[in-house]
Every structure is written in C-alpha cells, then in structure tokens.
Write a protein that binds this ligand. Structure first.
Ligand SMILES: [Mn+2]
Length: 238
C-alpha cells in the first residue's frame, strides 16, 4: 500500500503524465492511492485533460479542492468570470467551453464533489492534506482581520490562505500546496530547483510547476516511504 501526494499541476499535463510514469501509476494496486491537493487547472493548457484523467481514474486518484477549481466552479455557477479570468483561467475556460454540453455538466458535478481536506494515515502517522492550510476557528487565524480572504467562509479560507508555522496541528503533519516552497525555503538560492519543503509538522509540496524561471517543477511525495519525486524537466515557457 502506497499513498502519493502532489499539488499545483496548473495545466502542465507533460509534467503530470511524466510523474505518473515515475510513480508507476499503471501498476497501482487496489490500495495504492494518489491525492492531488488542488490547482490542477489554469496557467498551462492541459488542465481540462488532467481533470478528465482524474475522473476516469477516480478509484485510484482523489482530487481535493484548490482555489483555482473553486474559482472555475463559482464562475460557471454564477456566470461571472471576472475573478477566474483575472487568475489565469482563460486557457481553461477556452477548453471547457469547447466541450460538449454533457462533458461540461460531468466536470461541474465532479468539481462540486471535491472535498476540501482529507486526513490519511500512512505507517501509523497521520497526515492532514489540504490545498492552503488547515480548517481552524476564526479566532485561531487572524483575529480581528475580517477583510479579503478573512471575510470568506472558513472553508474557503483553507484553500485561499497560505500555510504558516502557527497553523500547524498537534499529532498530525499538514501536507499543503498553494504557495511554492521557494517562499518557505530559506536555502532556496543555493538550490538548482525548488524542492519539497519539510519543517516540523508541515510539508509543502508545491514546487512551482508552472513557474517559468527554470527552477520550477512538479513534485510528488510518497507518504509511506518518504520518497520524493520530481518531474524530469523544468518549465521554461507556458
Ligand atoms: Mn492555489
């Protein structure tokens, strides 16, 4: 039994399928599982195709909600595309709108069903998977601040807000994406590429897959073995 986690693929289907090969996805056993903790779509062109691959393999892959999936869903539901377009949604929208109506409806139902967080156990250790940061009562977050993302429903804050050391949980490790690990890693300037970042009870796995600075790549972590995988090429254009 092996559990893998990746995040923030952002339309890079080349990196995605490369990673599936590296982790031996085609040979996954019944109890092997891949969690993708949000932000499959936008920026790169392959978001819709990645979503469809996930839907086809839903016994082996579970997608958790990212703020980009939520923006897409809310844009479709409210017929208001402003926020999504502002955040790199155009390329996804163009592919989405070209799909037959039935396929669009399927995608919408699928996104509506995505969970915001998930706790999994690997080798007796508890992991809390979430796109941004754990679900916490408002008093534990920013106190008096009630503007911007802090005016959103608490659930939405967990995928828009970023992980910080004071959001760590007791007795479980928070595995998160949303913010590239370069923002956390103090040693980043000495590294050739962005890496999975581990500190106390938190693990950041967004290695800047859609960054075009030559340092970004897709990362994947196996919770059972601790093995880290990286896409074998880096993104220099998008
Ligand atoms: Mn995000």
């Amino acid at each position: 039994m092996k559990t893998y986690v990746m995040s923030d693929i952002h339309g890079r289907e080349d990196a995605y399928f490369d990673m599936l090969e590296q982790i031996g996805f085609d040979d996954f056993g019944k109890r092997d599982k891949l969690y993708i903790i949000g932000d499959v779509v936008d920026r790169g062109v392959g978001g819709i195709r990645i979503l469809q691959h996930i839907m086809k393999n839903k016994d082996k892959i579970e997608l958790l909600m990212g703020n980009h999936e939520l923006m897409m869903l809310q844009a479709i539901e409210n017929n208001d595309y402003t926020l999504w377009m502002y955040n790199g949604g155009l390329v996804t929208y163009e592919h989405f709108i070209a799909l037959p109506k039935r396929r669009r409806a399927e995608l919408r139902v699928f996104l509506e069903g995505c969970k915001y967080r998930k706790t999994v156990v690997a080798n007796g250790k508890k992991y809390y998977l979430v796109h941004g940061r754990p679900y916490l009562p408002a008093t534990k977050t920013q106190g008096a601040m009630s503007y911007g993302i802090y005016s959103m429903p608490l659930q939405d804050q967990t995928i828009w807000d970023k992980m910080r050391i004071w959001y760590q949980l007791e007795n479980q490790t928070v595995v998160f994406g949303h913010v590239c690990t370069k923002k956390y890693d103090e040693d980043v300037d000495n590294k050739e590429h962005y890496e999975i970042y581990e500190y106390e009870n938190m693990i950041g796995i967004d290695c800047g897959c859609a960054y075009t600075d030559g340092k970004g790549r897709l990362g994947c972590l196996c919770l059972h073995t601790g093995e880290r995988y990286y896409s074998t090429f880096v993104v220099t254009e998008i």
